[in-house]
Design a protein around this ligand. Sequence first.
Ligand SMILES: Cc1cc2nc3c(=O)[nH]c(=O)nc-3n(C[C@H](O)[C@H](O)[C@H](O)COP(=O)(O)O)c2cc1C
Length: 370
Amino acid sequence: MPPMDITPSGAEKEQTVSRKAEHVEIVLNEQSRAQKNWWDSVSLLHCSLPEFDLEEVDLSVELFGKKLKAPLVISSMTGGYPDAEKINRNLAEAAARVGVGLGVGSQRAGLLKPEVANTFSVVKDFKVPLVMANIGAPQLISQANSTVLNIDHGRQAIAMVGADVLIIHLNYLQEVVQPEGDTRARGVLARIKEFASALPIVAKETGAGVSHKVAVQLQEAGVKGIDVGGVGGTSFSAVEFYRAEKEKDAVRARLGETFWNWGIPTPISILEADVGLPVIATGGLRHGLDAAKAIALGATAGGMASKMLKPATISADAVVEALEVVIAEMKAAFFLTGCRTIDEMWQSELVLSDDLLSWAGRLEPHSDAD
Ligand SMILES: Cc1cc2nc3c(=O)[nH]c(=O)nc-3n(C[C@H](O)[C@H](O)[C@H](O)COP(=O)(O)O)c2cc1C
């Protein structure tokens, strides 16, 4: 690994590390989900005559050149503080055993503070079929009091976890509510383009969804895929609300409340992000039925974060069990819609409720061939 050429302040390092620990604590212990789960507004059409056996359902899929046993990834969550090592170890062991993808949390802490890099690199101990590294878009441009990450840092993040792709997460909703948020955004797209010219980049929202316009901008910037990270599940506005309350920051707490449910619903964002790239659908997936709905809408894989967090604090077996339940539910949904494969589910009919259709009503026309 090339030598670190960054000299972050002590405060910056500590802030990053303790923030990641607080996020996990809040998601485990507080109601930090959006008030409406938009997956309830999508229904699959029942098929009374599947004409194949349940055991014939084949959920395998290729994503970024890697073969997954099911169209599922454990979405980026954590790393960078001592307890995160166990969480990432359990997630990685389970992802390897079950054959699904895994993202680690933002690696800024690991890049700034090499002594915590092991809390991320532990995932290399397992044969996870698809590993996704992670850095934040705001850190790619100059911010007050924080280190700018360059392409070399991107390479280091990839090497740290043996990743197949590097996620650049877009989290301005969180940054705007967060007491110490990085709210400069000018120039980010050009930086994503620079990174994408050198490294395999996946752009990922973190709970506010991706619009068609942004999806086109990202595609033109050269990203390899988009995780739409829509609203409906974990709300980072909610998470930062709890942090702001604790810090007695009334303005940020109020922002957190006001923007609790902000964003594009995940199901709609899948349609919006239909620009010919693989789409990962993260945001509010509770079970395999939600994941099957995501595939029916055109995603290549569903992504689950918070649902895997509690089991990950217990053991790899607990995560395996949680994943196996999700896969059994997904198989049932495929069987009951008469779809044997991912390709068939992509072609399947579905029903959107009026509340979702009102979003779809403003979609710009785009080809349904891809
Ligand atoms: C504790 C926690 C930490 C997270 N940290 C990151 C992160 O570092 N980078 C990132 O891209 N997304 C992060 N996310 C967002 C998730 O990847 C995901 O987009 C979001 O939680 C919505 O999925 P869910 O409804 O299944 O939780 C985090 C989520 C949780 C719950």
